[in-house]
Design a binder for this molecule. Structure first.
Ligand SMILES: Cc1cc2nc3c(=O)[nH]c(=O)nc-3n(C[C@H](O)[C@H](O)[C@H](O)COP(=O)(O)OP(=O)(O)OC[C@H]3O[C@@H](n4cnc5c(N)ncnc54)[C@H](O)[C@@H]3O)c2cc1C
Ligand code: SF4
Length: 589
């Protein structure tokens, strides 16, 4: 039994619409960026830098030359904190800026990898891909906020709490996005605070939606951009205030995951310092595993009981929690083409992640920098972003970039682990020492929803004690989730599915969104959905359902959990915001 046999009630056509707002109601912008993560903000910064050098072009792009729409409360709200970043993306975006001026928390100086068994840990040699020489610790939400400030200084307009829910398509090309309505009730009825969405028309649209991007997946299908299937891992992360500073960064493999080929449990953990008294730790596990009882949230709780991990957290306090998927397919799963008539795809949305290194931030920023350069050219006189070949320069720049070189070299590491831990390690080792030449052919991955689910394994997760280990609901609370209880459900799944699939969803979801009512006794069961718990990690889309876009501003608030307040200036831009640059943003110039 596999999840793909029970597709969600979702029609791709829902993602596209012709522009409908009359000219005096719509919003016209120059370069539109969907998503205010590291990629979207880097695109805004690079476009701003280039427009500063070309004031006549900036003028031509009107009142809003660069616009970033972000569904979170503020840039950084929906990105998970506590990362180790390769500074290359920042250095290329801000040439000459010393690292001391960048919002990094410190240089990685020591690191270690351990193979864990139930009670023991064995330090093993550091695989070269995982080395972090000259990399920095960073809070990703803090980095996003810092990037947002730079983008605004360069003239970008950031519109938070705004979900882009449809691509505006006219004449076979993307001419912007439709933003979502706000203030609808559970059955879709309008509430007193109802605000309809708007058309935002743009000369170029950059999709920087991150993992499992909703509109991105639509664009890939609509314009036939796809390559081999993408696969995903689910990462669950916590931030702890600890008594003693942690010095080295730590990665672990092995326990509590199972090593067998049949189990297909690929993943591990990371434990990173974030300054003197904070530690970020998480567990990342591929979603192609076979056990319906596997819960990444509970594996992380289990990991914290291991003596090696417990000694770091002892006496400390959990202050934040979050969950998100990561695209893991690597080189083979990149879209065949990254541009389409009217736009481009950047960052995690395109799948630019180096899985063995657990790094995507610098690729996100670099791909976005390159896309912004193509976008500015396409917005210039005599060009349009849908002229055939106009945005091809972006694809070419990616093929010449370090992103391409890195991902090509590592292309067989993740697929190797679909053969189990031991075979995977052997193949991955061979690929590493031969710099990616062996195996010579590209290994393929099977989509997560196509992976067979076996009968549930016996796993004994620790009972939550509220001090070291936590249940899912208290974790959702710690994410700062603010989804309205009376909002329409944004989760699409088949309501009646085989018990085994329902159990897989119940365990997989880190936020306790799915439940099987006790009255359901047969093999085919009804799944109950509490959509307001959802932290938008995306796992359900990978595993047979569909996460659609909730109302802007809903979802987790990872920034607040780190004591960073959402600033007053990030007020909804669309409330009486600018309109009307000129009437023909979609026309050829
Ligand atoms: C557990 C975990 C640990 C990680 N650790 C590291 C690490 O240590 N180092 C590293 O380099 N990388 C790490 N990564 C990967 C890294 O987080 C990503 O590669 C990076 O954030 C990608 O940036 P992005 O801007 O492409 O996407 P994101 O950071 O996901 O940002 C996308 C943004 O778009 C917004 N958005 C999406 N759709 C819409 C829409 N339709 N309308 C409006 N807004 C929208 C989202 O709210 C989000 O803010 C980790 C990832 C995870 C999950
Ligand atoms: S319901 Fe939300 S939180 Fe749960 S798996 Fe799906 S996307 Fe993730």
């Amino acid at each position: 039994m596999k999840p793909a046999d029970f597709p969600p009630p979702f029609d791709l056509d829902e993602l596209f619409t012709e522009p409908t707002d009359p000219p005096d109601e719509r919003i016209d912008v120059g370069i539109l960026i969907v998503g205010g993560g590291p990629a979207g903000l880097a695109a805004a910064i690079r476009a701003g830098q280039l427009l500063q050098e070309r004031p006549e072009l900036a003028e031509r792009l009107g009142e809003v030359p660069i616009c970033v729409v972000e569904k979170g409360k503020a840039p950084g709200s929906h990105v998970l904190s506590g990362a180790v970043v390769n500074p290359r993306g920042m250095q290329l975006l801000f040439p000459g800026m010393p690292a001391a001026e960048m919002p990094f928390a410190g240089l990685v100086e020591h690191e270690a990898v351990y193979f864990l068994t139930h009670k023991r840990s064995l330090r093993i040699p550091m695989p070269p891909q995982m080395r972090n020489d000259r990399n920095y610790f960073v809070s990703l939400s803090r980095l996003s906020r810092w990037l947002a400030e730079r983008a605004e200084e360069l003239g970008a307009t950031i519109v938070p709490e705004t979900a882009a829910v449809k691509l505006l398509v006219s004449g076979g090309r993307v001419v912007g996005v439709r933003t979502g309505d706000r203030g609808r009730g559970r059955a879709g009825e309008t509430l007193p605070k109802f605000e309809p969405g708007s058309d935002i028309r743009a000369r170029v649209t950059i999709l920087a939606e991150g993992t499992l991007g909703h509109l991105t997946r639509g664009a890939i299908e609509q314009f036939d951009l796809g390559g081999s299937p993408q696969v995903y891992a689910l990462g669950v992360k916590e931030v702890w205030e600890v008594e003693k500073p942690l010095v080295p960064i730590i990665h672990t493999i092995g326990w509590p995951l199972r090593m067998g080929r049949r189990d297909r449990e690929f993943g591990g953990s990371f434990i990173y310092p974030m300054g003197d008294n904070l530690v970020s730790l998480g567990m990342v596990v591929g979603l192609d595993h076979a056990d319906p009882a596997l819960s990444v949230h509970d594996l992380l709780q289990q990991l914290k009981t291991h003596p090696r991990v417990y000694q770091i957290l002892k006496g400390g306090k959990r202050i934040a929690w979050g969950a998100k998927t990561i695209p893991e397919g690597g080189f083979q799963a990149l879209p065949r083409r990254l541009n389409f008539p009217g736009g481009m795809i950047v960052g995690d949305a395109a799948g630019f992640v180096n899985v063995p290194a657990l790094k995507g931030i610098h690729y996100a920023m670099e791909s976005a920098r390159l896309a912004a350069e193509a976008a500015v050219e396409a917005a210039g006189p005599g060009a349009t972003s849908w002229t055939p070949g106009q945005l091809e320069s972006y694809d070419e720049a990616i093929r010449d970039s370090f992103i391409w070189k890195d991902l090509r070299r590592e292309r067989n590491l993740r697929p190797a682990f679909q053969h189990g831990f031991f075979m995977g390690s052997a193949l991955a080792g061979l690929s590493t020492v031969t710099l990616g030449h062996i195996p010579p052919r590209d290994l393929r991955v099977e989509p997560d929803a196509e992976a067979e689910l076996h009968s549930p394994g016996r796993r004994s997760y620790p009972r939550p004690d509220g001090t070291l280990t936590f249940d899912k609901l208290s974790s959702v609370f710690a994410s700062g989730n603010r989804t309205r209880d009376d909002a329409p459900s944004h989760i699409r799944i088949r309501q009646h599915v085989p018990r085994r699939l329902a159990e897989a969803w119940v365990h997989m979801c880190p936020a306790q969104v799915y439940a099987i009512p006790e009255a359901e006794q047969g093999d085919l069961v009804r799944v109950e959905v509490t959509a307001s718990n959802c932290v938008q990690c995306g796992a359900i889309t990978a595993k047979g359902g569909r996460l659609t876009l909730p109302e802007g501003g809903d979802g987790p608030e990872y920034t607040v959990m780190l004591g960073l307040e959402v600033e007053a200036e990030y007020r909804p831009y669309l409330d009486g915001g600018p309109s009307g640059m000129d009437d023909d943003a979609g026309a050829e110039r």
